[in-house]
Design a protein around this ligand. Structure first.
Ligand code: TYD
Ligand code: MG
Length: 453
C-alpha cells in the first residue's frame, strides 16, 4: 500500500513529501529532505471512530491555583522560566553546540537535587565526561542521578519506575532513538516520537522535563519547529563563543513572559549569573571616541544599556559595504536613507560598519536613535556626550517616535551614572504621558532626527 512506503520529510519544518526533491515546498529550504520510514499508526479500537469517552465541559471560573514552581536557585534561569520549572511541563533548551547548554543544565539540575530528586540523562557524553565536568563545576558531591543512555525504551522504562522525580534533563533529544522507527536518531520522526513519549511521561508522572536540542534559531538541525509546538516553553541559549557572556532567551513560554532574558558569564567554574548586565556591556566603553552612543534598551521586562558603535570609511569603489553585527541591516539601510534625505547627511560613498558592543543582538526599533547618533557622530567626527543615553524609533519622514517603557530605561540610565537622555518628544495631547524623569537626569526631548545633527 502506498501509505506504508517511506516518504521524504523536510528536516527543517517537518513537511512530508512523496518523493525526493531539492527544495521543500512548505518552507522553501534547500537540501533538507531526508528519507524516513512512516510512523506507525495507532491500531486497535482506539483508532476506530465512535469509541471515545464523552467529555465533561467545565466553566472558566474555578479554583485552579497558579502552578507550583521548582526554583533552581539560579536567579537568571528562574526569571526566564517565569519563576522556575513547572511540574509536568516540558521545556526545550536550544542553542549552538558548545554554547553551554549541558553546563547550565547540569548546574541547575544539581541545585534542584539538593532538595528534590533530579535526574540527568546524557546521550552525548559518557559518565566519566559528565563527572569530570561536575568536578570542575564543584558539583561532584551533588545527589543528582546521572545516566548515560540513548535508547528511549530504556529511558522511558526507568522514568516510569521513578516515584518522586521532580526534574529530568534529557541531553540531547537528537541522540535518543526509538527502535520501532527505522529512521536514524536526530531525524524529524525520531525526534518527534521520542519527545512525545518523554512529554507524555512527564505529564503522567508530574516531573518537569528539559529537552536539550542542538538547534539554532534558523532551525538548521532536525526538528526545532516540530519540537517547539510540543513543548510548553522554548529557551534559546545564545551568545558569541568569542565572548564570555551568554544570553538565555525565552521565545515561547506558556507559564511566563516571553522575550525575558537571563545573562550569564562563562567562567572557569561554569556559568555565573550576571545580575547587572548593563555594567558588563558598558565595561569596555572608552569615552571621547567618535561613532559611539549608548542605547537604553529593553530586553523583556529588564532595561539593558549597550554601546552602539559606528565606523565610516571611504569606499574603495564599487558599491559601498554595509556591515552590521547585532542589529538589522535593513534598518541600517533605512536609517542611512533617512539621514541623507531628511538631514542632508550624505553617507552614500562610505563603507558603514555597525556593531553592538559585547555581542548582544538587538531587535528593538527603539535603537534607531542611538544608531543614528552613532552614525552622526562618526560622520562629523565629534564624540557624543559620554554621559548621555539615547532611545527612540525613527520614522521614514525623520520623525522620532515614542517607545515603550521610557521610565524604566531612564531609571536604568540613572542607576549607571548617566546624566542625560535624548528621547522622543512627548505628544502635545493624547496618550503622551511625560516620563517621570529620575531626579539626576536631564532630558532632551526631540521630535525630528534633524534635531540630533
Ligand atoms: P557545553 O555545556 O558542553 O555546551 P553544549 O552542551 O551547549 O554543547 O559547553 C562547552 C563549552 O563551555 C566548552 O567550550 C568549554 C566551556 N566551559 C567553560 O568555559 N567552563 C566550564 O566550567 C565548563 C564546564 C565549560
Ligand atoms: Mg552538550
Amino acid at each position: 500500500m502506498a501509505k506504508d512506503r517511506s516518504r521524504y520529510v523536510c528536516q527543517a519544518c517537518g513537511a512530508p513529501h512523496p518523493k525526493w526533491q531539492g527544495r521543500c515546498d512548505a518552507c522553501g529550504e534547500w537540501n533538507t529532505l531526508a528519507e524516513e520510514a512512516p510512523e506507525p499508526r495507532p491500531a486497535g479500537p482506539a483508532a476506530k471512530a465512535g469509541a471515545g469517552r464523552r467529555l465533561e465541559f467545565v466553566g472558566l471560573k474555578g479554583r485552579s491555583a497558579p502552578p507550583a514552581r521548582i526554583a533552581t536557585g539560579l536567579a537568571e534561569l528562574d526569571r526566564v522560566l517565569g519563576g522556575g520549572f513547572v511540574p509536568g511541563s516540558a521545556v526545550l533548551v536550544g542553542g549552538d553546540p558548545g554554547i553551554g547548554k549541558s553546563t547550565i543544565l547540569l548546574q541547575a539540575a544539581a541545585r534542584v537535587a539538593a532538595g528534590r530528586r533530579a535526574l540527568y540523562v546524557s546521550g552525548e557524553e559518557a559518565v566519566e565526561q559528565v563527572r569530570l565536568r561536575a568536578l570542575r563545576l564543584g558539583l561532584a558531591d551533588s545527589p543528582l542521578g546521572l545516566a548515560c543512555a540513548t535508547s528511549l525504551r530504556d529511558i522511558a522504562a526507568s522514568l516510569a519506575q521513578e516515584r518522586d522525580a521532580a526534574l529530568v534533563v534529557m541531553d540531547s533529544i537528537q541522540t535518543v532513538w526509538l527502535d520501532s522507527l527505522d529512521s536514524a536518531p536526530g531525524t524529524v520522526s525520531q525526534v518527534r516520537a521520542c519527545a512525545a513519549e518523554l512529554i507524555r511521561l512527564a505529564k503522567a508522572r508530574g516531573f518537569a522535563l528539559v529537552l536539550v536540542g542542538h538547534v539554532t534559531k534558523e532551525g538548521t538541525l532536525a526538528g526545532p519547529r516540530v519540537l517547539e509546538h510540543m513543548v510548553d516553553a522554548t529557551l534559546y541559549f545564545e551568545g558569541d563563543r568569542g565572548h564570555q557572556f551568554r544570553i538565555l532567551r525565552a521565545v515561547k513560554n506558556r507559564f511566563g513572559a516571553t522575550d525575558e532574558i537571563g545573562v550569564f558569564e562563562m567562567t572557569e567554574r561554569g556559568l555565573v549569573e550576571v545580575p547587572n548586565p548593563s555594567a558588563l556591556f558598558l565595561a569596555e566603553r572608552r569615552g571621547n571616541v567618535s561613532g559611539s552612543a549608548v542605547f537604553a534598551g529593553l530586553e523583556g521586562t529588564r532595561p539593558v544599556l549597550v554601546e552602539v558603535q559606528a565606523l565610516l570609511s571611504p569606499s574603495a569603489g564599487g558599491s559601498p559595504r554595509r556591515s552590521v553585527v547585532g542589529w538589522d541591516s535593513g534598518r541600517l539601510a533605512m536609517l542611512l536613507a533617512v539621514l541623507e534625505a531628511r538631514c542632508g547627511l550624505s553617507l552614500g560613498q562610505n563603507d558603514v560598519y555597525l556593531n553592538i558592543a559585547g555581542g548582544l543582538r538587538i531587535a528593538e526599533p527603539a535603537a534607531d536613535l542611538a544608531v543614528a547618533a552613532a552614525l552622526v557622530s562618526a560622520a562629523t567626527d565629534r564624540p557624543t556626550d559620554p554621559g548621555m543615553v539615547y532611545f527612540g524609533e525613527v520614522g521614514l519622514s525623520g520623525e522620532v517616535r515614542q517607545v515603550a517603557q521610557a521610565e524604566a530605561r531612564l531609571r536604568e540610565a540613572e542607576k549607571l551614572g548617566f546624566a542625560a537622555a535624548t528621547l522622543p518628544r512627548r505628544l502635545a495631547r493624547g496618550g503622551g504621558r511625560a516620563p517621570a524623569a529620575p531626579a539626576g537626569l536631564t532630558l532632551h526631548e526631540i521630535g525630528h532626527i534633524a534635531d540630533l545633527v
